[in-house]
Write a protein that binds this ligand. Sequence first.
Ligand code: SF4
Length: 697
Amino acid sequence: MQEAKYINTTCSICGHNQCGVIVKLVDDKVVQIMPNREDPMSKGSICPKSIASVQLLYHPNRLKYPMKRAGPRGSGKWKRVSWDEALGEISEKLLQVKSEYGPEAVVMARGTNRGSWIRLFNRFANSFGTPNWTESGGAQCFTPRSIAQQLTFGGIALEWPDAESSKTIMVWGADPPASWAPKSRKIVNSKSGGSKVIVVDPVMSNMASKADVWLPVRPGSDVALAMGMINVIISEKLYDQEYVEKYTVGFESLKERVAPYTPDKVSEITWVPSDRIIEAARLFATNRPSSIAISATFDEIVDPIQLGRAVSIISAITGNVDVRGGNIFPETAGQIYVDTNDFIMIESLPEDLDKKRLGAQRYPLLSRYLKINFPMAHYPTILDAIITGEPYQIRAMFIMGGNPKLSIANSDRAAEALNKVDFLAVADLFLSKTAEMADIVLPVASWLEYDGLADSAQATYGHLRIRQKVATVGEAQSDTWIMIELAKRMNLKGFWNSEREYLDYILSPTGMTFEQLKGKGGIIYHEPDIGSKLRNGFNTPSKKIELYSERLKGWGYDPLPFYNEPFESPYSTPEVAKQYPLVLTTGRRVSAYFHTAQRNVPALRDIYPDPIVEINNDTAKKLGISDGDKVRVETRRGFVIMKAKLTQGIHPRVVGVQHGWPDIANDNRLTDNTACAVGIGSTTLRGLLCNIRREKQ
Ligand code: SF4
């Protein structure tokens, strides 16, 4: 046996955190993943997914070779083919569709950011020439909340609470211990040092259990809660008058707008006691500096733009934007390396094609108005186009790192569309539910199997760091390699001859190559320049924080935030509520899984063996449901079967289901993909109506 080797590298299973880890190798085999306590960013944060990566890496069901369908679609019959044949056939098919039907007939869709290749994928699609590139997240994750913040601050700040310097941290619609290991560490450290924590979550999450104030908001009514908090802050004159005068526009209009959102009124809407709304607003506004941590919940309610705007405004009027201990703007793109909007070659798409982007007319905030968030096609509209042929027929689809068969709202419709498309190629680590339907599947390398770069993510910032190849599994290749090889075969502009050339290009502004960066410790870190916006002006037309948005007004939207009842609720659809009396929140996360992945990793499945529905004890008792029972949760769209977890930590009229499970436990069998958010197209995943009953055990 050789002496053990230890390699510093970067985990990126979840793509959002980029934690520094140490990989232990014995006889060139990975035997252990450990936290790197010396890492300047993650400082030893790690989650079970990373620790269990040894099992994922050597999992017997990994896709090891490219495969081609050898029977009817979905029959499970495959034949092994060479990379040359697989890539050749994909290139040929995509080019053939492009020349016969136009590039818009090809959809390029991606899922998670498992290796910092999102923008390369955007470049790939734009260089190919299709306006129809999209993401499973798309209108459901990050984009809406970042657009709301771009409109308000001219940048993104709520993603980055400077939590270790905050005296109050408000965690809204997120459970950092489940999803954000480094952010969670910062918040918990800050709390241990005496800071206060407010948590807004319908369910008593891990983070909520540590909170000083917990606001169990009715799913989907978050905007009303935010408006109520603004009302308290303004009416009690707790706002930062000097900051508001100097750095914001539209305060008087805002004051008028929030006047009707009194704590009593908001309590009626949100089911949060009014004294708790007042307590939270006072704490946040007076125990400063205060910061806010948010997450994908913001993008999954009936009106994500309003929520992003309203919560941004809480931070702004209390003087907590761009200050130490508040919410900050790391904005490393373009400062450290070339990963800018130019990089994705947005402008290479001709205007006539841009106009054909599916969903662009109806959801212009997602697709057209602000070319700052990678304008994309609307996934549900794409699926409709595949099924109906309107406004034109989609012929081919190339999916990387995505599993829309499970992850898109109303997943039965997604399955129908995937089945109908003429040609489907999927790149993934395993034969996912989506890959099962493909014509060709490509085996993708895990984070341990390729050299790469990891950039600033939602939970960490200001850094660029390397990821190192420490293992090889079959013929699996990185997503980046796959795109570069396809680009070569299709003669796409703006690509490289090899992965290494690409990495060196990305690093070129630093004056270092990949090897040189590796030799220098593998990390570049930039301290955020806190206060630069206050000094130099915000990146908005007024150069100030826009509480009132002239841009929204100009585009025909309300310039001030307002509350919209969910499209389906006890108040908006009382008739539906007779049959489906409970309010449903879907999408709950646990630390062992990232979206639909990792259920097949034994060490992780041991931690969370079953799909869980959380139900209030009293409600369960009335319905004859005991803890651990099999329960059927049903909406107007469909039903799931999950295991009941009884708790006092949820409102008696609310139930919460976990996200990402396959088959009969897939929460997207319950969700709707037709009632999409105005302007941005998000489907509602939080705040639906359901009923539950005990299943035969
Ligand atoms: Fe890896 Fe994400 Fe877990 Fe960090 S939080 S260890 S990056 S999976």
